[in-house]
Design a protein around this ligand. Structure first.
Ligand SMILES: [Zn+2]
Length: 402
């Protein structure tokens, strides 16, 4: 049978279909039928195809998966960033009504169409660098209507940008200004008013547990309420201060715990025991000049490592997931295999997706054709080593070549 699309003469195919390795195959081809991978093997044995595309001089990988973004926002925090460069501290800015709160004000002010257009423009930039699936969090609405608006914008934007979007409800991002006098009532609103309204548009529930945000016990109550409605828990944990949040989320069976700059050995052990994925966010770490998460200890404990952009307007203005993989190697000492698996198969695992992130027969045909930096041979190391050096020649999503 003829395939719909055959990518052939691939210098290096990275399947990610082996534990801890990139699964390199030289001189390979991949065939696609009905949006799924139907065959892969040596190029000389490839089936015929309606469309045949040569990937000579290129690598082919699974479409990239950005498993942690806050891409649906309005407004600018460039001035605040300049204040931080001049020495202001992020927690002080947050406590003074800046930071997330300023983005909440701006995001509430715009309508659904404007927020959708902004989000689609961001997803389009991410896709140009190989992203075919992105998680997008709410958390800049912080009331039932605006949280719903944000997740609607995220899903509509995904259709416009041709990126598969998964929604995460993050009503517990921070306590909004109007509830600062009564945080307990705000948490009740999150659980009883926001959550039921937005749950149909979300796959995950997330809480930001840290100084100036939510406590471990508040986080536990919110995540448990989300789980009751069928949302998978995830968590922003151990970023600025150690709280024990990662261990709490792992006890609840969280899909991932993200940031982890301050995690301790007990938290690492709890994550390993529950299979909770550690999501590394080098953009935020570098912006805030935080120390690196303990990658060696996470690796030694057997915790799965994913890497994401954390794209947001204040603390990680990074649209390029490839760059995050490079930065994770430079600043966190992840290996090349960890970097590439972190933005493909392990990111899929953080999102509980078992139909992508790996090049294997039967998986979704989400693939990218990547040309290495000028003069660089096609190797996994060469693809990751050069910051912004490679070119995404094609993005294939659901079997459609573009
Ligand atoms: Zn985040």
């Amino acid at each position: 049978m003829s395939a719909d699309l055959v990518i052939t003469e691939i210098d290096a195919l990275y399947t990610m279909d082996h534990d801890s390795e990139v699964g390199e195959q030289r001189g390979a081809a991949v065939a696609i039928v009905d949006g799924l991978i139907s065959w892969l093997g040596p190029a000389k044995d490839a089936p015929t195809g309606t469309t045949v595309e040569s990937a000579r001089g290129c690598a082919v990988l699974p479409g990239l998966i950005d498993c942690h973004t806050h891409a649906a926002w309005a407004g600018s925090r460039a001035v605040e960033w300049e204040q931080r460069l001049a020495g202001a501290n992020y927690s002080e800015i947050l406590e003074a009504g800046g930071g997330i709160l300023s983005t909440v004000r701006a995001s509430r002010e715009v309508g659904l169409d404007e927020l959708t257009a902004l989000t689609a423009a961001r997803l389009t930039r991410m896709r140009a660098r190989g992203v075919t699936t992105a998680e997008v969090k709410s958390g800049y609405g912080l009331n039932p209507d605006d949280e719903l608006k944000q997740l609607r914008a995220a899903h509509e934007a995904g259709k416009l940008a041709d990126v598969d979007v998964l929604g995460t409800f993050l009503g517990a991002h921070t306590v909004p200004a109007e509830w600062r006098h009564d945080r307990a009532r705000y948490i009740q609103q999150v659980i009883h008013e926001q959550l039921p309204k937005v749950a149909p548009l979300a796959r995950f529930i997330d809480v930001y547990v840290d100084r100036g945000a939510f406590t471990v016990e508040e986080g536990r109550a919110i995540l448990a309420a989300g789980a009751e409605l069928g949302l998978y828990p995830r968590i922003h944990a151990e970023q600025v201060t150690y709280t024990g949040a990662a261990a709490m989320a792992a006890e609840l069976g969280a899909s991932s715990a993200d940031h982890l700059e301050q995690i301790d050995d007990a938290g690492i052990a709890a994550m390993a025991a529950s299979g909770t994925v550690a999501v590394l966010l080098p953009g935020a770490m570098l912006t805030l000049r935080d120390p690196s998460p303990p990658v060696a200890a996470l690796r030694a404990a057997g915790v799965t490592l994913a890497i994401a952009s954390d794209l947001n307007p204040g603390t990680s203005t990074v649209y390029d997931l490839w760059a995050c993989a490079t930065l994770a190697c430079w600043q966190m000492q992840t290996t090349v295999a960890e970097a590439l698996r972190g933005i493909t198969v392990n990111a899929a695992r953080a999102l509980r997706l078992d139909d992508r992130g790996v090049v294997r027969v039967g998986m979704r045909a989400d693939l990218i054709v990547v040309e290495p930096a000028p003069g660089e041979p096609v190797t996994a190391g060469g693809l990751v080593q050069h910051l912004g050096g490679n070119t995404i020649r094609h993005v294939i999503r659901g079997g459609r070549l573009s």
